[in-house]
Design a protein around this ligand. Structure first.
Ligand code: FES
Length: 187
């Protein structure tokens, strides 16, 4: 009887181990699928991303100092919408002021952690918004908050524009202005 119980325990242990391993593989696969980066270089706290070939309305997730960074090139229609919406945290500005302009294109670049309790919101290209599954918070395509409980839009990481590239971790004049205008908190 004792042997039987032990045998069952061993079997359960192996089965659980198998599930854990499978779960791990699944998680890695999901990460590979969602973390499909643009050409980028990482060095000592800086991540340089070349946005030249960024697709419109397709969320790209990069990594900077261990944090997920969302990059979303805006379509013309998204830019027009952003021009007409007041920014929720800095109402004298519009959501266009949350975007980074490189050449003729606009990009949303933000830390991909919900400003409520830090979950990673999911992007929905059909509705061009983010839903945070943890407590139902929502953000629009410029990462401005549209539904509580998040207290503000997604934070924007320090950046400097270098041609078609974005250097995350450096403070360029455009980022400085965003901080001064209250569009984002320092990260
Ligand atoms: S962590 Fe996102 S809504 Fe709570």
């Amino acid at each position: 009887m004792a042997n039987n119980t032990k045998g069952r325990r061993d079997f359960m242990g192996m089965a659980l181990g198998g599930f854990t391993a499978l779960g791990g593989i699944g998680a890695l696969y999901a990460m590979k699928r969602t973390w499909d980066p643009l050409p980028s270089v990482k060095a000592a706290g800086f991540t340089t991303i070349d946005l030249k070939d960024a697709p419109e309305n397709v969320l790209v997730t990069e990594k900077w100092r261990g944090k997920p960074i969302f990059v979303l090139k805006q379509s013309k229609e998204m830019v027009e919408k952003a021009k007409k919406r007041k920014d929720s945290t800095a109402p004298s500005f519009t959501d266009l002021d949350r975007l980074i302009k490189i050449g003729d294109d606009y990009y949303m670049v933000a830390v991909g952690l919900c400003t409520h309790l830090g979950c990673i919101p999911g992007y929905r290209p059909e509705t061009q918004d983010f839903l945070c599954a943890c407590h139902g918070g929502m953000y629009n395509g410029t990462a401005d908050v549209t539904k509580a409980p998040p207290p503000r839009g997604l934070d924007i990481p320090p950046f400097r524009i270098d041609g078609t590239k974005l250097v995350l971790g450096e403070t360029g004049p455009e980022y400085k202005k965003m901080l001064e205008d209250g569009i984002t908190l320092p990260v």
